[in-house]
Design a binder for this molecule. Structure first.
Ligand SMILES: NC(=O)c1ccc[n+]([C@@H]2O[C@H](COP(=O)([O-])OP(=O)(O)OC[C@H]3O[C@@H](n4cnc5c(N)ncnc54)[C@H](OP(=O)(O)O)[C@@H]3O)[C@@H](O)[C@H]2O)c1
Length: 321
């Protein structure tokens, strides 16, 4: 098989290098990759600040779509099945080894290549919004509704009967977030977040899905309703900030932070099972779709990373071998 080698990130292109084909063990499958999703976490990994967990391949890639080409003993999948999969790394390749329990059937009605943009987003969202106890009728603020995670978050929460407010950079991007279902789309470059949020949700929002971290902590807390939950999944504005515990105490607020990749496989299996039961029907009914900005050849992965870093991408890029 061929894998992307980003060991020379300063180079314009990254080589595709041969590796021995993986062999499936018990309850594992080999997937011939149709496409691999590109995530901001992949940029962090290449920059050296988000190393793959022990045992994971060293090359990037957290999610793929493709066709099962081999199965290990006891697998519930069959050769020829079209699937998507959540992987701990190594998706930027022509082939991946995946535990059975991290595989989902390719959703009907979604092109197989585009479906590669779903697993990381839906699994992150299902686990995080569940931990934040988000329920129908509540208000959710999604930071970065224009991103790979955010575009899916807007649609998923809307399909769950949740009111969605979101942020994005610039009028074109906020307009597209509104088309995805956001009732309020705020331009984070020009608007005052707290006053915009309180205009539509006078008591504040119930849950915030935050990809910013330290730099937005105080503003986020000021946007929460009593008993609101701040769920942090990204640290684009840093990891250290001062926290007013008195505010948490008096307003009964919760701050939680979570990550998907480092979870044990047993937890990933539970999350994937939850996605299969609760989120996949919404995907197959067309209420939640991957928003694919462009399909890029796998050999141009370095260029795809530069495009994501530049801020030009709305939704996700997928790499096609
Ligand atoms: N914890 C986990 O398990 C987990 C899993 C997946 C992803 N993540 C994290 O989630 C984040 C998003 O990932 P992604 O792959 O969706 O990245 P992405 O596609 O690059 O999206 C990044 C988003 O951040 C937004 N953004 C940047 N600066 C902002 C600001 N000042 N205010 C509001 N929004 C701002 C961008 O909006 P504009 O471009 O419109 O400005 C864009 O929508 C990353 O931090 C990633 O590490 C965490």
């Amino acid at each position: 098989m061929l894998v992307v080698n980003p060991d020379t990130p300063s180079h314009d292109t990254w080589a595709l290098v041969p590796k021995p084909d993986p062999e499936p063990g018990a309850r594992e499958v080999i997937v011939d990759v149709a496409a691999a999703g590109v995530n901001r976490a992949d940029l962090l990994q290449v920059a050296g600040s988000y190393p793959p967990p022990p045992g994971a391949p060293s090359w990037p890639g957290l999610e793929v779509s493709g066709t099962v080409s081999a199965v290990g003993p006891g697998s519930r999948w069959q050769v020829g099945d079209e699937v998507v999969a959540l992987v701990e790394g190594g998706g930027y390749a022509t082939r991946v080894l995946v535990p059975d329990a991290q595989v989902l059937p390719a959703p009907h009605g979604v092109p197989l290549v585009d479906a590669a943009a779903l697993p990381e987003a839906v699994c992150t969202l299902w686990s995080t919004l569940g931990a934040a106890r988000l329920t129908a009728g509540e208000w959710l603020l999604v930071h970065g509704g224009s991103g790979g995670i955010g575009t899916v978050a807007i649609q998923l929460a809307t399909a769950m009967g949740v009111h969605v407010a979101t942020t994005a950079g610039g009028p074109d991007r906020t307009a597209r977030c509104a088309e995805l279902g956001a009732e309020l789309a705020i331009d984070h470059r020009s608007a005052d977040l707290a006053s915009e949020v309180h205009r539509v949700a006078p008591d504040g929002v119930d849950v915030i899905l935050d990809v910013l971290g330290a730099g937005s902590l105080a503003t986020n807390l000021s946007c929460l309703a009593v008993e609101g939950r701040l769920a942090i999944i990204g640290l684009q504005q840093g990891s250290r900030a001062e926290l007013d515990l008195g505010l948490l105490l008096s307003r009964r607020l919760t701050v939680l932070a979570t990550t998907l990749r480092s979870r044990p496989r047993t937890q990933k299996a539970e999350i994937v099972a939850g996605v299969a039961e609760h989120v996949w029907p919404l995907v197959e009914s067309g209420q939640v779709r991957p928003v694919v900005h462009d399909r890029v050849p796998l050999a141009e992965a370095a260029h795809a990373h530069r495009r994501l870093a530049s801020g030009e991408v709305f939704g996700s890029l997928v790499l096609v071998p």
